[in-house]
Design a protein. Structure first.
Length: 682
C-alpha cells in the first residue's frame, strides 16, 4: 500500500499524464499511519494499561527526523546555489517551518493552493509530515483518555466514530469556506487517521472481520478506489471535500481485507512493491526537491519537458534508497540512543533542530543581495506593443524585493474581502456626492485596477465604490466550491439592483475557477451571462479582459537574470487565454449596455508580454499587475471609463477596443456632466 501511495504522489508531481489525482496518495498514507500507530498504542493499553509516552515519542523521532533533517539541509544548500535570491528568502523561512513540523500551519496561513501553485515552496511536501507529527502528539493522549473512559471496546469504537464524524464535518465545512484550512490543517484530516485507527481497533485481537471471499472482493474494491481516484481526479477536483472519502475509504477497506486469498495482498506483496514500500518515506522526502530544483534554477519560467520530468522521477528511486540505507535505517538503530532513556533521544532531537535552523539562517545571511542590473531605465512611456526593458533597472518601481507586498490599498484598509468574509465592505471614495457612481466588482483581478481609478475619484469626477473579494469572481461558475463567494456575490448584486450605478466594471480571473475540459468556454459564457442578468439594466457594464498571467512570479526570474530580463518575459500565447477572451467578447456583444475593454496591447507585443516596461515592474506575482503598473495605465483606463459614462448619457456609439488604445494619448476630455444625486455609498 505504501508503494501505491508514494508512486501516485511522485507520478502526480512529475506531471505524468493519467495521474492528475495522484495527490490522493497522501490520504492513503494518513490511513496507514492511523492504523499502524493505533495498533501499537492499543496493544500497549490492552497489555499494560498505559502508554509509555516518552518511549513512543523517542521512537517517532528516531524513525522520522534523521532523514527529514538531512533532506532539509541538502535542499537549503542546493537552493542557495541554484534558486533566485528572491525565492531563497522563502526557502529559509519554509525550511525553518519544516524543521519544527509546522509547515502545514504556515502554508494554511498564507492560503497556499497546493493543487494550483506554480511557484511552489521547495518544502511544500512537508505539509503532510506536519499533519502527521501533530497527530502523533495528540492521538496517544486521546487514546489513553478514551481507554480510561470506555473499557468496553464497542463503546470506545463509538467514541472514535464520533471523532471521525466530527472531523469529516469540519473537512466539508472548511472545503467550502476556507479550502487551505481543509487541506493543510489537522482538524479536517483527523478523520482519515481515525478511520485507520478504527480498523486497528476492530483487528486488535487478530480476528477476521469478513469471510475470505468477501474480504478479497473488499480488498480489490479498496485498491480500485485508490487507483481510480488517482487517475480520475484532477487539480480541478474540489478537494479534500467529499471526494477525499473515496481514497480514504478505499485504503481502510484494503487494510480491513488483510491477506485474504484471492485478494490484492498477493499482488502488493511481490518484492518490487515491498521494496518501494520500504523506501517510501525516503522517496517521498527526496522526490519533491529533485523535481522542483531544476525548475527553480530556471526561475520557474520554463516548464520541463515530460522526458526530463520522467528522468528526474526515476532518479529519485536510487537517491531514496541511499537515504533509506545510510540515514533512515541507521537513525533508528543508534545504540547509544536506543539503549538510553527517551530523554536522551529528545535532547538530541532538540539539538538537531537547532542545528538545522542555524544552518538555514546562516545560508540566508550569505545570500545574494544585489537585485538590479546596476543602471537606470527611462520612465515608462505607455504605448501599444511595448518592447520591454532588457535588464532590471536600478530605479525599478516597485523594487524586486517589494513585489510580494505590492498590493492595492484595498487590502490594508479593510475594503477587500478575504476568502471567508461574506459581508459587504461598502467602501467608496470621491469628493463630489453628485458625481457619477462607478463600481468595481469582482475578485483580486478587479481589485488590481483600483489604483488606476483612484485619480478619477480623487479629482471628484466620479464616486468610486469597490466590491472585491479574494477567490470570488463577479461571475462565479455554477460548481464553484465557495458558498461564501456565492452569498457575497448575491449581496453585491442586490445592492446594485436597489441603487443602480452609472458604470459597473467587472474584473475576473476566469480560468482559475473553470474545469479544464472542452466545455470551459461555455461554462464561462454561462457564468458571465448569469452575472450580467443579475445587474441593473440601466447601468452600463464593462467586462475587463484579464491581464496576462502564467502562474509564475516574474520577480523570481528577474532576480536570477538581472541582465537578461527578456528571459523572464511571458510568452504571449501562454499568458493570454484566447478561448476565454473570445467567450467574454461574445457575451458582451449580446447586450446593448455591455462593453468589452481589453488593454492587452499595452502589456504585450507580438510574441511576449514583458515583465518590465520602462522602469516599471509589470507583475507582482504570477497573475496580478503591480500597483505602479495599474497607475501607469490610469490614463487609458480613465479615458475608457469616461467614454463609457458619456455614452450612457447620449445615444452615441461606445468606443471600440482600438479606440481605447489611442484615447489615453489625446488631451483629457472635459469633466463628466454630473449625474443625478443618489444615495451615499458607504
Amino acid at each position: 500500500m505504501r508503494a501505491v501511495a508514494v508512486l501516485l504522489v511522485v507520478l502526480f508531481h512529475a506531471e505524468i499524464p493519467g495521474f492528475g489525482g495522484g495527490y490522493v496518495g497522501v490520504d492513503v498514507f494518513f490511513v496507514i499511519s492511523g492504523f499502524l500507530i493505533s495498533t501499537h498504542l492499543l496493544k500497549s493499553l490492552r497489555d499494560h494499561g498505559r502508554i509509555g509516552f516518552g518511549s513512543f515519542y523517542a521512537r517517532r523521532a528516531r524513525r522520522l527526523l534523521p532523514a527529514a533533517f538531512v533532506v532539509i539541509v541538502a535542499t537549503v544548500v542546493a537552493a542557495r546555489l541554484l534558486v533566485s535570491p528572491i525565492q531563497f528568502g522563502h526557502v529559509v523561512t519554509d525550511a525553518i517551518a519544516a524543521t519544527f513540523y509546522v509547515p502545514n500551519l504556515w502554508f494554511a496561513y498564507n492560503a497556499t493552493d497546493y493543487l494550483a501553485e506554480k511557484t511552489p515552496s521547495l518544502f511544500l511536501h512537508y505539509w503532510s509530515l506536519g499533519v502527521e507529527e501533530q497527530f502523533y502528539l495528540l492521538w496517544p493522549v486521546l487514546l489513553a483518555i478514551l481507554f480510561r473512559l470506555f473499557t468496553a471496546r464497542w463503546r470506545m469504537a463509538i467514541a472514535m466514530s464520533a471523532i471521525i464524524v466530527a472531523s469529516f464535518a469540519i473537512c466539508q465545512y472548511s472545503t467550502t469556506y476556507a479550502q487551505p484550512d481543509a487541506f493543510f490543517l489537522l482538524p479536517a484530516r483527523v478523520w482519515e487517521f481515525g478511520l485507520g485507527a478504527l480498523v486497528a481497533l476492530a483487528l486488535l485481537d487478530g480476528r477476521r472481520l469478513f469471510a475470505p471471499r468477501v474480504a478479497a472482493a473488499l480488498g480489490w474494491v479498496g485498491l480500485l478506489a485508490i487507483i481510480g481516484a488517482g487517475v480520475v481526479f484532477t487539480t480541478k477536483t474540489v478537494y479534500p471535500g467529499s471526494a477525499v472519502a473515496i481514497p480514504v475509504l478505499g485504503a481502510a477497506a484494503l487494510i480491513a481485507a488483510g491477506t485474504a486469498p484471492g485478494g490484492p495482498a498477493a499482488v502488493l506483496s511481490v518484492r518490487p512493491a515491498t521494496w518501494i514500500g520500504d523506501i517510501s518515506y525516503s522517496l517521498y522526502l527526496v522526490h519533491w526537491p529533485v523535481l522542483m530544483l531544476p525548475v527553480a534554477a530556471g526561475a520557474y519560467m520554463e516548464h520541463l519537458p515530460m522526458w526530463a520530468r520522467s528522468a528526474l522521477a526515476l532518479a529519485c528511486v536510487p537517491l531514496a534508497w541511499l537515504l533509506y540505507t545510510y540515514v533512515e535505517i541507521p537513525g533508528q538503530r543508534i545504540t547509544w540512543l536506543t539503549s538510553a532513556r527517551p530523554r536522551r533521544t529528545l535532547a538530541v532531537t532538540a539539538g538537531a533542530m537547532a542545528t538545522v535552523v542555524v544552518t538555514a539562517m546562516a545560508a540566508g545571511l550569505v545570500a545574494q543581495t544585489r537585485l538590479d542590473g546596476g543602471r537606470p531605465a527611462e520612465p515608462v512611456v505607455l504605448r501599444a506593443s511595448p518592447a520591454g526593458t532588457g535588464w532590471v533597472p536600478s530605479n525599478l518601481t516597485p523594487k524586486l524585493s517589494e513585489a510580494d507586498d505590492d498590493r492595492p490599498v484595498l487590502y490594508d484598509n479593510g475594503c477587500h474581502r478575504n476568502l471567508t468574509q461574506t459581508e459587504l465592505a461598502d467602501c467608496a471614495i470621491g469628493s463630489d456626492p453628485t458625481a457619477a457612481r462607478v463600481v468595481l466588482f469582482g475578485d483580486s483581478h478587479a481589485a488590481q485596477w483600483y489604483p488606476a481609478l483612484q485619480p478619477l475619484a480623487e479629482r471628484g469626477e466620479v464616486r468610486l465604490e469597490s466590491h472585491t473579494k479574494s477567490g470570488c469572481p463577479a461571475a462565479p461558475p455554477p460548481d464553484i466550491a465557495s458558498t461564501s463567494c456565492l452569498a457575497w456575490v448575491e449581496s453585491v448584486a442586490q445592492k446594485l439592483a436597489a441603487d443602480p450605478p452609472e458604470l459597473v466594471l467587472l474584473g475576473n480571473f476566469g480560468k482559475l475557477y473553470l474545469r479544464d475540459d472542452e466545455n470551459r468556454a461555455q461554462q464561462w459564457r454561462d457564468a458571465l451571462t448569469a452575472a450580467i442578468d443579475r445587474l441593473p439594466a440601466q447601468s452600463h457594464i464593462v467586462l475587463l479582459a484579464d491581464t496576462p498571467s502564467t502562474g509564475v512570479t516574474p520577480s523570481i526570474c528577474l532576480a536570477r537574470f538581472l541582465d537578461d530580463a527578456d528571459r523572464c518575459a511571458l510568452e504571449r500565447t501562454q499568458a493570454l487565454d484566447s478561448e476565454l477572451r473570445a467567450a467574454e467578447r461574445s457575451v458582451a456583444e449580446k447586450y446593448g449596455n455591455v462593453s468589452y475593454v481589453d488593454f492587452t496591447e499595452l502589456f504585450c507585443n507580438a510574441t511576449t508580454c514583458p515583465s518590465i516596461i520602462g522602469n516599471t515592474l509589470v507583475y507582482r506575482d504570477g497573475s496580478h499587475i503591480t500597483t505602479e503598473m495599474s497607475r501607469v495605465l490610469s490614463g487609458a483606463f480613465i479615458a475608457a471609463a469616461e467614454g463609457y459614462l458619456r455614452s450612457a448619457e447620449t445615444t452615441g456609439p461606445i468606443p471600440a477596443r482600438q479606440d481605447i488604445l489611442t484615447m489615453f494619448r489625446a488631451p483629457r476630455p472635459a469633466p463628466l456632466k454630473p449625474a443625478p444625486p443618489g444615495p451615499a455609498a458607504g
